[in-house]
Write a new protein. Structure first.
Length: 440
């Protein structure tokens, strides 16, 4: 005597929602579906069993994606019922072709019932089946449009047609579904770029802010245009010659923005953040360095793209020349500048800071150090700049004054002063309570 359970289900006839149960078994631990057995476990003999069998096989083949037929075995019992043996599938989630990758199309077994899968369950299925590469996973949204991508490709004399989708990585081979890469370049892209302009260097007082959405191509264009509006050009004249002094090299802004878009981890839902103040622009993208890479590797030009297919598309469109050159190009643009770009990496974030050349060239403490030191050899950090500004104003600083100025303990103050002595930022005079530091 059989009973319905997590792995057994009865159907008195081959009704249309048979696919719902088959999908649920394939998405869970497999199971058996008995067609021609009622809910009490008694035989409800099928008439014209051969015709029913044909209709069942055709329905399963046509209505379920990805192809599930290799995981199904049929038995025509001589007592007049059909046993469909469904193995757990390897290309989850299986779903109704007419519904797509939605809860209304994806089912799992829950006790003796087949129930809609949650969105989180669907995401986990996709991750386990398609791997950890976000851009290669099947998109949950299959209703995508590509007007911006089409225009960008045409501008660069490249074909953007259905026949190219597989090669570009926009559709997968399993079930011809759009990938997350397709979602990124579509108008339905879920991610955004947020730009905030601040009045102060601590980024606490908003002056303006924008959020750019849509295809990442559109985001790139709009964000770059806005940043260039923030890029001031205080020009001066030498005789009849006009000298432009942009706050930031245009190419450095472009490369930093491209780096943030191409290398960010899109499995996180947050936005790319760009902070602009009088001193610098910060480009912050989600996702730290890939395993095996160090900050030194990145600065040397070694690159392992997190989104290889996306990088390849940007390469085809000539937005980037080749992998790994963007960071080196940024530093090259600042090679004759005393203040250098800075890269900060955490486990889940990557930040590039571009210094404002006009701000830093006019900053008293930095100009003072630049005059005293070999050019471009060292850029004082925030604490050191604070000390230099104090010494410039007061002529000298004692150990006690340094501790009070930075609000640090004696040992920390000693280490900071020692580093500044080693870098020739400061010199020392006297000993004990009469000791003080000055700018050499």
């Amino acid at each position: 005597m059989l009973y319905e359970s997590e792995r057994i289900e009865f159907k008195s006839e081959a009704i249309p929602n048979i696919c719902k149960s088959i999908i649920a078994f394939a998405n869970t631990n497999g199971g058996k579906l008995y067609i021609g057995i009622n809910d009490d476990g008694n035989i409800s003999k099928l008439t014209n069993i051969d015709d029913i069998y044909t209709r069942i096989t055709n329905t399963i083949r046509d209505a379920i994606l990805p192809d599930i037929t290799m995981f199904i075995h049929y038995t025509l019992d001589e007592q007049g019922f059909i046993i469909i043996d469904i193995a757990e599938g390897s290309a989850k989630p299986y779903y109704l072709k007419a519904k797509g990758l939605k809860s209304s199309g994806v089912f799992v077994r829950q006790g003796a019932s087949s129930v809609p899968a949650s969105q989180e369950q669907i995401r986990q299925f996709i991750k386990l089946s398609d791997g950890d590469s976000y851009e290669a996973m099947r998109s949950l949204n299959q209703e995508l449009s590509f007007a911006t991508a089409q225009s960008i490709f045409q501008t660069n004399n490249l074909e953007f047609a259905e026949s190219k989708y597989f090669a570009l990585g926009l559709r997968n081979i399993k079930d011809n579904q759009f990938t997350n890469l397709a979602l990124l370049i579509s108008e339905q892209c879920l991610h955004s770029i947020k730009v905030a302009v601040f009045e102060d260097n601590e980024n606490t007082k908003f002056q303006a802010h924008r959020e750019f959405t849509g295809s990442i191509f559109q985001q790139l264009e709009n964000a770059f245009a806005f940043l260039m509006l923030c890029n001031q050009n205080p020009s001066n004249f030498s005789g009849l010659t006009r000298n432009d002094n942009w706050d930031y090299p245009e190419a450095a802004i472009r490369e930093a923005l491209l780096n943030a878009i191409i290398h960010r981890d899109y499995s996180y839902s947050g936005s790319i953040i760009i902070n602009v103040n009088k001193q610098a622009i910060e480009f912050i993208s989600l996702g730290g360095l890939l395993p095996g890479l160090s900050l030194e590797d990145i600065q040397l030009g070694i690159s392992q793209p997190r989104n290889a297919k996306l990088a390849e598309i940007f390469h085809r469109l000539k937005f980037i020349e080749s992998y790994g050159t963007g960071i080196r190009r940024i530093f090259a643009l600042y090679k004759d500048c005393y203040v250098k770009p800075k890269i900060t990496v955490t486990q889940h974030a990557f930040k590039i800071t571009l210094p404002n050349l006009n701000y830093n060239n006019n900053h008293p403490s930095i100009k003072l150090v630049a005059e005293k030191q070999a050019p471009y050899s060292y850029y004082p950090n925030a604490q050191q700049q604070k000390i230099l500004s104090y010494v410039q104003e007061h002529g000298k600083i004692s150990d006690e004054e340094l501790q009070e100025l930075l609000d640090v303990k004696r040992t920390r103050a000693y280490l900071i002063a020692k580093e500044m002595l080693d870098k020739n930022l400061l010199a020392v005079h006297g000993r004990g309570i009469k000791k003080y530091y000055y700018i050499p």
